[in-house]
Design a protein around this ligand. Structure first.
Ligand code: FES
Length: 181
């Protein structure tokens, strides 16, 4: 039997990795369970997600730019489409073919003001259940916020702590957002 405190992360679910407003014209680097992923917005507004690693010399694509819906590596200017395939290699002669390899891609969705990533490569997104809805996010009756909590502990401790409203005692009742009873 495995202790809850030793349980690993199950990658088979959607993770909110950014707010929609955080993704502008430039690529955005995302670190999720040891994976480096780059996300960027394509011409039609849809988001693409792929390994943050150029297959040429392993440079981070998130340091590059978005050019006409493709992501361009900062080193030699190779460009990749949202499906991970090559769009162009700028110095190839007309009689040279593009390589056939592809960068691993990830399902990504935009929902309720957040960007959701499914950190399993090359999965058909149509076979997945949708991310958990958060309709409260934009609802006037709710006050919602995003906070990054970075602490060296097992995630199960953090979940318990945040669900334990009665621990206000620890904070000497200095909780502006709640009055636990
Ligand atoms: S390292 Fe990316 S194009 Fe060369």
């Amino acid at each position: 039997m495995v202790s809850l405190r030793e349980a690993g992360i199950d990658p088979n679910c959607w993770y909110g990795v950014a707010r929609s407003t955080e993704l502008g014209d430039r690529p955005l680097a995302v670190e999720l369970w040891g994976r480096s992923v780059v996300i960027y917005r394509q011409n039609d507004g849809a988001i693409a997600a792929m390994d943050d690693c150029c297959p040429h010399r392993f440079v981070k694509l998130s340091d590059g730019v978005v050019v006409d819906g493709a992501i361009e590596c900062p080193y030699h200017g190779w460009q990749f489409n949202g499906d991970g395939g090559y769009k162009t290699i700028p110095y190839l002669a007309p009689n040279q073919r593009l390589p056939s390899c592809r960068i691993p891609t990830y399902p990504v969705r935009e929902q309720d003001g957040f960007i959701w990533l499914y950190p399993v490569a090359n999965v058909d997104p149509d076979t997945l259940p949708p991310p958990m809805p958060i309709p409260e996010w934009d609802h006037l009756n709710y006050i919602a916020s995003v906070a990054t909590v970075d602490c060296p502990g097992h995630f199960s401790f953090l979940i318990e702590n945040l669900m334990d409203m009665y621990h206000g005692h620890l904070h000497d009742d200095n909780q502006a957002w709640a009055n636990p009873r």
